[in-house]
Design a protein around this ligand. Sequence first.
Ligand SMILES: [Zn+2]
Length: 261
Amino acid sequence: MRAPVTRHAPVRESTPAELIDQLGIRRVLAFAAHPDDVDFGASATLAALSDHGVEVTLCLLTAGDAGGFDPARSPEETARIRAEEQRAAAEVVGISEVVLLTERDGFVAPTYELIGEVVRQMRRVRPDVVLSSHPERAWDRLQKSHPDHLACGEAVVRAAYPAVENPFAYPELTGQGLEAFKVRHLLLMGAPAERVNLTVDVGGFEQRKLEALDRHFTQHRDAERMRGFVLDQLRTTHASGGYAEAFHHVVVNDEDTISGF
Ligand SMILES: [Zn+2]
């Protein structure tokens, strides 16, 4: 009897410079539900892109007001501290702008209103690549798939197609000069293993990632263990002993795409 065959998507390995060239990246807009999500999922890649001159904007859906381990701290105080922590981490990574939306931590849902906010940011920044957490649950490590991460991914994917490119969706935005715009590429972090089709070689940026993660002081019960875990993941993701971050790359629009609403 033959062994069952597991079919996974072919995984493309890229250096940051190759990725910039292949996708034509000048601007990246990253969405995350919580402060520290992009630092866990993509900060080494974003640091490398930023060092190559790519402009990176981060849009947080919540201020992470339900995070941390201090029962005496109010949600308002936690939100204030975590927004500060994210700004400090963004500086380490080279993110030039942090936008903070007003969703409540633990309550994120892909509502018409949230998708509208996401569309607003996409039309304002007009990025070449949109980065987000993945909308599908990863059963191999459930912690990648906090319900807010899944909801963030769902809102971003729904916004990327069709709302952002449909001039009749969110007409109030068109009235504000935020014209319909086509997203070309999605890079989704925290993807289920079988969806990963791109790894980015982030050798030389692993320390920047750890430095960015260190800025989220309130979130680490055991910072040393967290660092070990993160480095382990980067090593496991690289095919030959280096450091890499993993993504599900989706081409939303290219020259051959036929669109329809
Ligand atoms: Zn999170």
